[in-house]
Design a binder for this molecule. Structure first.
Ligand code: NAD
Length: 411
C-alpha cells in the first residue's frame, strides 16, 4: 500500500498509536507529513526536513521510499492518516561510541539512539558512563543502550559492532590550535584503534578526535600494523565543516537551508578547511569579498565556539549533530542505500597527498567513489587556496605516521 501525497504517516519519536500498541509491532513511529516530506527522525539528513520533490544530493525520492520501506509496515490507514510501525525484521546495526561520557559523546549518543537503523548502542568511556546509558535506555526507541566503563570493558564494547565513532580525547581551550592537542589525543586514538582492530576489524571507523589531519593517519598506521587496514572504512569526520558551510552560505544568500550543499575539501584545521563555494548547490554567485569572508568564517568557526565557551571546551552540540548525520549516512550505506554522499577525510588519490577530504560516495563496503568533479573547474581563489593548504596538511599527515612508527621503534 503506497502512501498518497495527502497521507500523513508516522515514524519516529512520537508515542505509539493505538494500532501500534495493539499490534505485534513495536510501538515506534515516525512522522512523515503531506507531499512526501520526510521529517527526519533525528533531523540528521542534509537538513531537518527533506522534500522529495526537490533535488537533494543526500536523500533522493527513491531513498526516502527505501528508507521508509526498510523499517516500516503499514498497519492502518484511515481519515487520510497512514500509520507505519517498525518491522521486527528491519535492518539494524550496532554502533559504539568511544568517549561517550564527553561533551560530544552524550548528545551524539542521544541522536544515534533515535535512529531506527540502530539495534544496539554501546557507550564506552574511561569515565563512568553508566548514568548516560541508564538515562538513554528509558527512551522508547529500538536501540538497546549498554554502558562499558574503563579499559577492561573496551573489548566487549566493540564486539560485533558495525560502526565505531571516536570522540575520545581532550578538546581545545582558547588560544590552542587543533595541533596542540596532538600529544594527548594521538595516544588515545592509537590505543582505541588497536582495540578496534582486535575486536571489530570490519567496522566503519569514524574519527572525531582532533587533530583529525593527524589522528586519521595514526589510525591507518595502527590498522596496517595489525594487518586489518581497509582504507575504504576509515573516515575522518569533517561533516561539521559542511554543516557550517551550508548554514553560513544559506544565511548570507537568503537561501532555504534545506537546499544548500557546499562541498568542503582538504582537511580539518584552519586553512586546510577549504569550502568550494563555486560548487555550491543551488548555483549561486558570490562577490570576491563574500568568498573571502565566508571561507575565513568557515575555517575559523570552531575557534568562534572555543572562544565563546571561554575555556569550557569546543563545539559539542553542532559536532554531535554533524557526527550523527555521518553515522546515519554510514548506516544507510550499510543498509544498501545507493544514494549516499558525504564529505570525509579519507585515504585518497585525488591529489598528491595520501589523505584528503572530499565528497565521497558511500556503499556497503565503505568508500565506493571519490567525487573528483568537485575539484574540476575551480576558481583562481580556490586553486590558490588548494595549493596553499598542501604543506600544512602534508606535515600533519606525516606527523601522525611518524608518531606510530616512533612508538613501534620504542616498543
Ligand atoms: N572533528 C571535528 O569536527 C571536531 C569538532 C569538535 C571537537 N572535536 C574533538 O573531539 C574530541 C572530544 O571533544 P569533547 O568536547 O567531547 O571533549 P570532552 O572532554 O568533553 O569529552 C571527551 C571524553 O573522552 C573521554 N576519554 C578520554 N580518554 C579516553 C579513552 N582513552 N578512552 C575512552 N574515552 C576517553 C573522556 O573521559 C571524556 O568523557 C576533542 O579531541 C575535540 O577536539 C572534533
Amino acid at each position: 500500500m503506497a502512501a498518497t501525497t495527502a497521507a500523513t504517516f508516522s515514524i519516529g519519536l512520537v508515542a505509539g498509536t493505538q494500532a501500534c500498541r495493539d499490534s505485534k509491532f513495536k510501538p515506534y513511529s515516525m512522522k512523515f507529513n503531506s507531499a512526501n516530506h520526510l521529517k527526519s527522525f533525528s533531523g540528521l539528513k542534509a537538513a531537518t526536513s527533506v522534500s522529495s520533490e526537490s533535488v537533494s544530493s543526500f536523500l533522493g525520492k527513491e531513498s526516502i521510499a527505501a528508507l521508509r520501506d526498510s523499517f516500516t509496515h503499514i498497519v492502518q490507514e484511515q481519515n487520510q492518516e497512514t500509520v507505519y510501525c517498525v518491522r521486527p525484521q528491519a535492518s539494524a546495526f550496532k554502533v559504539a561510541i568511544l568517549g561517550a561520557a564527553g561533551g560530544i559523546g552524550q548528545p551524539l549518543a542521544l541522536l544515534i539512539n533515535t535512529s531506527p537503523l540502530v539495534s544496539a548502542l554501546h557507550l564506552f568511556d574511561i569515565a563512568n558512563v553508566k548514568g548516560v546509558a541508564a538515562d538513554l535506555s528509558h527512551c522508547n526507541t529500538p536501540a538497546q543502550v549498554l554502558a562499558f566503563t574503563g579499559n577492561a570493558e573496551l573489548a566487549n564494547a566493540l564486539k560485533g559492532v558495525d560502526v565505531v565513532v571516536i570522540p575520545a580525547g581532550v578538546p581545545r581551550k582558547p588560544g590552542m590550535t587543533r595541533d596542540d592537542l596532538f600529544n594527548i589525543n594521538a595516544n588515545i586514538v592509537k590505543n582505541l584503534v588497536e582495540a578496534v582492530a582486535d575486536n571489530c576489524p570490519d567496522a566503519f571507523i569514524h574519527i572525531i578526535s582532533n587533530p583529525v589531519n593527524s589522528t586519521v593517519p595514526i589510525a591507518a598506521e595502527v590498522l596496517k600494523q595489525k594487518g586489518v587496514y581497509d582504507p575504504k572504512k576509515l573516515f575522518g569526520v569533517t561533516t561539521l565543516d559542511v554543516v557550517r558551510a551550508n548554514t553560513f552560505v544559506a544565511q548570507k544568500k537568503g537561501l532555504k537551508l534545506i537546499d544548500v550543499d557546499v562541498p568542503v575539501v582538504g582537511g580539518h584545521a584552519g586553512v586546510t578547511i577549504l569550502p568550494l563555494l563555486s560548487k555550491t548547490y543551488p548555483s549561486v554567485s558570490f562577490t570576491d569579498k563574500e568568498v573571502e569572508e565566508l571561507t575565513v568564517r568557515i575555517q575559523n568557526a570552531g575557534t568562534e565556539v572555543v572562544e565563546a565557551k571561554a575555556g569550557a571546551g569546543s563545539a559539542t552540540l553542532s559536532m554531535a549533530y554533524a557526527a550523527a548525520r555521518f553515522v546515519e549516512s554510514s548506516l544507510r550505506a550499510l543498509d544498501g542505500d545507493s544514494d549516499v554522499y558525504e564529505c570525509s577525510f579519507v585515504q585518497s588519490d585525488l591529489i598528491e597527498l595520501p589523505f584528503f577530504a572530499s565528497r565521497i560516495k558511500l556503499g556497503k563496503k565503505g568508500v565506493e567513489a571519490f567525487i573528483s568533479a568537485d575539484l574540476q573547474g575551480l576558481t583562481e581563489y580556490e586553486l590558490n587556496a588548494l595549493e596553499a593548504l598542501k604543506p600544512e596538511l602534508k606535515a600533519s599527515i606525516e606527523k601522525g605516521v611518524a608518531f606510530v612508527q616512533k612508538e613501534l621503534v620504542t616498543a
